[in-house]
Design a protein. Sequence first.
Length: 306
Amino acid sequence: MDGGDGGSTANDTEALADRFEEHRGRLRAVAYRMLGSLAEAEDAVQEAWLKLSRSDAGAIENLGAWLTTVVGRVCLDMLRSRTRRHEEPLDDTFVPDPVIRPLSTIDPEQQVLQADSVGLALLVVLEALEPAERIAFVLHDMFAVPFDDIAPIVERSSAATRQLASRARRRVQGSTPSSEPDLGRQRQVLDAFMAASRAGDFEALLAVLDPDVVLRADSGPLVRGAAASKVVRGAKPVAEQALLFAQFTRYAQLVLVNGEIGVVHAPEGRTQSVMGVTVADGRITHMFILADPDRLGGLDLTGLDG
């Protein structure tokens, strides 16, 4: 196959596109973990396709590894550009894009997918890493890419790349909260929280919130007032926030948010917010609310009941 000078046939291009599609899901998963943005992840995957279509594909021995390397480089450039512009990931209120799935369609195959999902709490921790650290950690620890293959991406030696991943691993392990793995137990806790909110029962809310619970609400740069972006710490202040917005609980629908129980609020069919929670020892320890109208509009909510 001639991959780059315009001599390839339509059949060649179609065959190459088919080969690329076999890797798209994994590439999107890699990019999402690196960027925390579904739209940017899709852009990174599309950039990988453009680079492949302009390359001599016949000379590529391991297409999957080649594409992963390309996506890694694209994501590293995006993260560095983001850092230079001091964009919102540096803000304590930033909530990564959630991946939302209906509860009603959980089956054995989806349980496997869920087990491989990445929680919002971990994505928030990844946001705090330096770009090269994040690339090294995601590629090695999450996707088993050898350090020798990661080193050229981050422009370090293999030994230095190993150090990057090790440093990132320590930060991730020290900052990522423990989580209840059983969806049924997660649901019991979130059901109790929603019921207490609807009833205006402050004491019941305190009982289901960890004393050191952290609420992170990302409403975007334009929302002001009570609904503005904020970080709230402690059971009492978080319970007060829950009561402040209790009227919206009647529009709540339980869903899977990044593989864990969460809630979509959609009054009159318009998505107002998505909330993911971390549950441990029978209480909510972390709450992540995305209420940015622009970013909510880009989420895939197909297949949700109602």
